[in-house]
Design a protein around this ligand. Structure first.
Ligand SMILES: [Mg+2]
Length: 304
């Protein structure tokens, strides 16, 4: 994975005085796309809709002030990571400290100097880009490029909570490459790695909804989390994935039954009326996967 090239960043400028917005807009509009808001509530709404890359936030505003806005942004996991720079005429050290305690990354005092604003905004966007890159890296499996175990664990945990709250369904598929040890013994580990990469990509591409997640669970085992999907639907998706892998016809000379790579799958579902923990859901899918192996592999087992 490479650090993506700098795209044109979007900035949100929040100030109750239009002329202050104009000053910042003039300083920054040649490099960035600028959104603006003239009060706290409007600012929160724009953030929700447009998720800007950085926010320049006036502290003193009628109604909801900059500090309250910042506090709300930092409490929400979806907006927490957006860097906030406070812009204010209050240049006392104490104010600066309060702002930074609230989670702002920097502080600019009015009257702002365009050269300084440009430089500071540039620095904070660069830092944000590296933070995002590291965050993505820590959630990606190094070999296959799909989500890793940590990403899966976090995703399942948060989506499970959401699913229980919203009384929706959630399904989990655990997939395991059949006779993978024999594959490695026969073809070598480089080919084994290549096999895992192809299977991972096939599973990930086989999930068509953006809300679903395919992850490497460990070794030759993969997990797919399907949001809002009942058991019957999950079985259909699992069957589609199983067929996709089989239809690759990847040579497997040591597979007793087939001459190509296949996967076995276990499916488990958290239905709206149930209270199964994420761990219990994984265990259930794992039991079903075990049964699929026992029953001859290249098959799916779900609820009987
Ligand atoms: Mg103001």
């Amino acid at each position: 994975m490479t650090i993506p090239a700098e795209h044109q960043a979007t900035l949100l400028v929040v100030d109750d005085m239009i002329e202050n917005i104009e000053i910042l807009n003039n300083a920054l509009c040649d490099r960035y796309r600028i959104l603006f808001a003239t009060n706290g509530l409007e600012a929160l709404a724009v953030v929700q809709e447009q998720s800007p890359d950085l926010i320049l936030l006036d502290v003193i505003m009628p109604g909801m002030d900059g500090r309250q806005v910042c506090k709300q942004l930092k409490q929400n996991p979806l907006t927490r990571e957006i860097p906030v720079i406070f812009v204010t005429a209050k240049d006392q050290e104490e104010d600066e400290e309060i702002g930074l305690h609230l989670g702002a990354v920097d502080y600019l005092t009015k009257p702002v100097r365009p050269g300084i604003v440009k430089l500071r905004v540039g620095i904070h966007l660069e830092l944000k880009r590296y933070r995002d890159y590291l965050a993505r890296l820590s959630m990606t499996d190094g070999l296959t490029g799909i989500a890793n175990r940590r990403c899966f664990d976090e995703f399942l945990e948060t989506q499970w909570l959401h699913t229980v709250r919203s009384e929706a369904a959630l399904s989990l598929i655990l997939a395991d490459v059949d006779h993978f040890k024999a594959y490695n013994d026969h073809y070598g580990h480089v080919a084994g790695d290549r096999c895992l990469q192809v299977v991972a990509t096939t599973l990930a591409n086989g999930l068509t909804r953006r809300t679903d997640l395919a992850a490497r669970y460990g070794g030759e085992e993969f997990a797919c989390v399907l949001l809002g999907t009942h058991h019957a639907g999950a079985l259909v998706i699992a069957e589609r994935l199983r067929q996709r892998v089989a239809s690759l016809r990847l040579d497997h000379a040591r597979s007793p039954k087939h001459s190509f790579v296949t996967v076995s799958m276990g499916v488990a579902t958290l239905e709206p009326d149930q209270h199964v923990s994420p761990q219990a859901l994984i265990e259930k899918a794992d039991q079903h996967l075990y049964q699929a192996k026992q029953m001859g592999r290249n098959r799916i087992v779900g609820n009987q």
